[in-house]
Design a protein around this ligand. Sequence first.
Ligand code: SF4
Length: 318
Amino acid sequence: MNKSTITAIPTFPQTLAQHKRSITRLKTSTLQINMGLLCNQECRHCHLEAGPHRSEIMTAETIQEVVAFAREGAFQAADITGGAPELNTNLPLLIREISPLVQRVSLRSNLTALSDGSHDPLRALLEKYRVAIIASLPSSNPSQADAQRGQGIFLKSIRAMQGLNARGYGQEGSGLELNLVANPTGAYLPSSQEQIEKKFRLDLKNKWGVVFNHLYAFANVPLGRFRLWLSKSGNLESYCQKLAQSFNPAALEGVMCRTMVSVSWDGFLFDCDFNLSQGLFMGGKKTPLSEGKPLLRPGAPIAVSDHCYACTAGAGFT
Ligand code: SF4
């Protein structure tokens, strides 16, 4: 959040100081890899402003650096994200190379990038390496989902999930996880994750025969295209105030930056994907993968800014 436009709230560092708290690193167990900003969608809430016009993508050389970093870092999990990582033709290389180094690989998918027939070999590869799919779907209501993601996206997403279910994804006992991420379609905070999961489960099963494992409900972060929309619709100030007023010190314990490191498409380190979108470097300095290991020590400070209110509002964003 930009201090110059949001005047009625303290900055996030001021709030931390007021509560005599800080955010520091624990053992870093997850390596998040941003494969680039190229995407087949232009969602209204995207904090990275990814889209079809973006050309920034991770090269095969950078993937080799990521793999070397993973080998040294002894991470438990690799979390692959984008843009739409499926559009980067180097994705199979990354999956093949990183899978033997970690216990769990997950892929953040917008679903539609996986839905056309040309991705059959990729789907087979995901299945072979037991890659968990974490799919974003803002709402189980078609018109609300389309309003945020683009006309016709909801039905394409349903078709993709039906295809994944047919391969065993989301089916009990298959070991192939299909998890959903839902976020509000307007300038408000999500209601209880349990309630949202229950509604999605009923709607998707009854209307489309779709099943999934878990659902996570997160607040939208007022950055990138979502911030622009908030500003244009006159909601920016009130949304940011709502986030700040919902600050929950207990949520600081579980924020993802304490156990995760994010690597940008061009091979630099960040405490999280939101900091990445803001150019807020880990350790305050543009550090490439090859020099990044010392920054992962437990107790290292985390770069925070006012967008951290979105992670610490209510139940938090873990
Ligand atoms: S925005 Fe990033 S740095 Fe801030 S609390 Fe969330 S995960 Fe941590």
